[in-house]
Design a protein around this ligand. Structure first.
Ligand code: GLN
Length: 521
């Protein structure tokens, strides 16, 4: 039951094979069983059951609200949820409970979906591993899958692999079958990266198609709510519910289409797939390269045109992102001053001391580092040299895409990540920040240009871990992109997670209470 698609669950509800309350209980049990993954920061057990009961009553009366009525979902902990803690995995917001719901959360609730809880992440969504939050790292469910264990010479418990980030908790929640869909956020790849590493479908919609109202900002000009599901058609259903204008976010645009049903089988003969040369980046694993070629060949054999294309400014994307991201972070984080909300230091013998100790105690060093460099880029004497220059380069990166899509290419096929998921110990031993930056190389350019992109799981690596490929399309062609993604999904035969055991070490110390504030594993 937990492995079904949204359509199948709706049917099971209608046929009386299971009720929303039973399903909700199953998911809550599964959350308990997979608590060691650290995917959730808050589980809303009581509220979930109440919402499920209400949904059940609607179904019994024959008036369901739509395809999501009674469906369990999870939300990354940087989306505001009314009276439910929204921590951004930071000590700064450890006890912060907003007064309102983010628009995308409200839309899901209005459809009758059942909130299971808030998911773990990198602090303030800065990172690519979900290893940098105040509540400890997220473990990738595949670390405990038979495929991974079977491929390891030693299957020591310390071998567990990262979930990717920064929306690692959401990806792990969907992959470990505790929620049917989850919201992530995507500024440089934070939905697609963990989606690829955890073997789930991860969509970053066109910038502005989904409201950012109530999403605690990282980089306002690039942030987009992301959608994670177990299959492409589920992502399309969720997109249909969430998209469209919101008076509370002036950057939103009307949805181009409300008809979200994807074609059963697409004819790809008149599609042109671009393979960007520059995405053969250093560090790309042989296995991912092989999968990339395999899927390109699939397109070719089915009659699609597959062409090499060039996006020459790709190489500047990461460095340019760093300037723009840090500058926006410096300005966005200014609101956390110990006065209005969030943590406030007890050292308040002067306003200056209170400000600085609050921010020192509240933020981790990744966040503090970005605030510092962002303020440096924004200094009057540096502004032209860094910020304005980066804006100009951003335009060149976006123009590359425009030129390629204008020349008849319908979509681009690229890897999502450089490698499969790293072991936690390897990931954190290297300089975590450099590693995070490298990980964004394939995902980040789409954020610069505001384009829709989706990661689809295509295979398991030799280590028995998921590999994802990315499709990038022109702005507002999200549905067309998903149609092609579905075509790929149908042909690659990605296996479902066969099991997701508990690790052998005892995790009895982890209860269903609020996560301990710890950076220990
Ligand atoms: N890894 C990138 C960063 O740390 C992207 C994060 C994101 O998309 N939220 O900024």
């Amino acid at each position: 039951m937990l492995g079904l698609t949204l359509k199948e669950v709706s049917l099971a509800f209608r046929e009386g094979k299971i009720s929303p309350t039973e399903l909700c209980r199953k998911c809550l049990n599964r959350i308990k069983k997979t608590w060691h993954l650290n995917a959730y920061i808050t589980v809303t057990e009581e509220l979930s059951l109440k919402q499920a009961e209400q949904s059940e009553a609607r179904l019994l009366q024959g008036v369901p609200r739509g395809p999501l009525d009674g469906i369990p979902f999870a939300v990354k902990d940087n989306f505001c949820t009314e009276n439910i803690k929204t921590t951004c995995a930071s000590r700064m917001l450890k006890n912060y409970a907003p007064l309102y719901n983010a628009t995308v959360v409200q839309k899901l609730l209005d459809q009758g979906a059942v909130l299971m809880g808030k998911t773990n992440m990198d602090e303030f969504a800065m990172g690519s591993g979900s290893t940098d939050g105040a509540f400890g790292p997220v473990r990738n469910p595949w670390s405990y899958a038979a495929s991974y264990r079977g491929h390891r010479e030693t299957a020591a418990d310390s071998d567990w692999v990262i979930a990717g980030g920064s929306s690692g908790g959401s990806a792990a929640a969907v992959a470990s079958l505790t929620s049917y869909l989850a919201l992530g956020s995507d500024t440089g790849g934070s939905t697609r990266n963990p989606g690829a590493l955890c073997g789930v479908v991860a969509l970053k919609p066109t910038y502005g198609l989904l409201s950012r109202h109530g999403l605690i900002p990282l980089v306002n000009s690039m942030d987009v709510p992301g959608i994670m599901t177990r299959c492409v058609s589920d992502a399309s259903v969720v997109l249909g519910v969430l998209q469209g204008l919101d008076v509370r976010d002036s950057t939103t645009v009307p949805a181009p289409s409300s008809q979200m049903e994807l074609p059963e089988d697409l004819d790809v003969r008149n599609i042109c797939v671009g393979i960007p040369e520059e995405y053969h980046a250093p560090g790309l694993s042989e296995e991912i390269l092989a999968q990339w070629s395999r899927v390109a060949d699939m397109f070719e054999r089915a009659g699609a045109r597959v062409e090499r294309v060039s996006l020459p400014h790709t190489q500047y994307s990461i460095v340019c992102y760093h300037v723009l991201c840090h500058a926006e972070v410096a300005s966005n984080m200014a609101r956390f001053d110990g006065l209005e909300y969030g943590h406030r230091s007890e050292m308040d013998n002067s306003t200056e001391v209170m400000y600085s100790t609050t921010r020192h105690e509240g933020f981790n060093d990744v966040v503090r580092g970005r605030i510092l460099s962002g303020n440096y880029f924004l200094l009057q004497q540096n502004y032209q040299h860094y910020f304005v220059k980066a804006q100009q380069v951003r335009r060149l990166i976006a123009d590359d895409f425009r030129r390629v899509f204008g020349s008849g290419v319908d979509l681009l096929l690229t890897p999502t990540t450089l490698t499969d998921a790293a072991c936690f110990h390897d990931f954190t031993q290297e300089d975590n920040r450099t590693r995070s930056a490298q990980e964004d190389v394939f995902t980040q350019p789409a954020n610069m240009a505001g384009l829709p992109a989706v990661s689809v799981p295509v295979a398991l690596s030799r280590r028995g871990l998921p590999i994802g490929l990315q499709l990038i399309g022109p702005a507002l062609k999200d549905k067309q992109l998903l149609s092609v993604a579905r075509w790929v999904e149908k042909r690659v035969g990605f296996p479902s997670i066969s099991d997701c055991d508990e690790p052998r070490e005892s995790r009895s110390d982890l209860g269903m209470t609020e996560r301990e504030q710890t950076s220990a594993v």
